[in-house]
Design a protein around this ligand. Sequence first.
Ligand code: 6PG
Length: 249
Amino acid sequence: MSANGTAQTRISDTPEQLAHEVAGWIVEQASKPRTRFSLCLSGGETPKHLYELLATPAYVAHMPWDRTHCFWGDERMVPRDDPRSNYHMAWDALLRHVPIPVENIHAIPTEHMSPAAGAAAYATELKRFYGADVLDSSRPLFDLTLLGLGEDGHIASLFPGSPALTETERWVIPVMGETAPDRITLTYPVLASSSVTAFVVAGERKRNALAGVLAGDAALPASRLQPRGAVYWFIDRAAAATPAFSGAQ
Ligand code: 6PG
């Protein structure tokens, strides 16, 4: 899975324990000495409770929000106040409750522009933040990237069979006509440019996709991600109940 093929797996008995496990681990990662902490957030349902936990006193005080920058791996082409918006979910569950400078919140633009224009604008924003137009494998863009896993094995908005899977030049692209609403997604090279990548996977309905990814099924978009840095799988017992984990703690 990672560039050196290793990954750490942590299995939690319940979704609640999983959320606490990941929240504590994110604070640990964020607290490492560095001038800024760049965090790429995932959307969907799974991380919502994790975000809510990070907004609680037990975690807020330990998170360096003043130097944390938040980005998104993908977004739905809906207004920011739309309940389907990944930005909206993270804002409502976490960001509006914590002392993060508003200029450190880098949402994917979706309003009053086409998906292509939104994608191009976000690529410009990422390159401005990174300080270069070309990714350097020795200098990851993100310190931490959170990823969910779709039942079909998709990550961000990289869906099975999509032409987006073969994009290696553009940092951000529109995803049209594959889902409703259309989407904007970071591409593999950008998602892979991370010091640490954490997959957070919960629930029985994710078992098959998870087993397929861990078996290296190349038809599943998650299998094809080659993260530059360390990889962690945070999984709950319900998702892990497959032979792939028979020996795991
Ligand atoms: C999105 C996500 C997507 C998500 C998976 C899992 O915009 O929906 O970025 O990649 O992580 O679809 O979603 P659930 O957590 O809702 O199962």
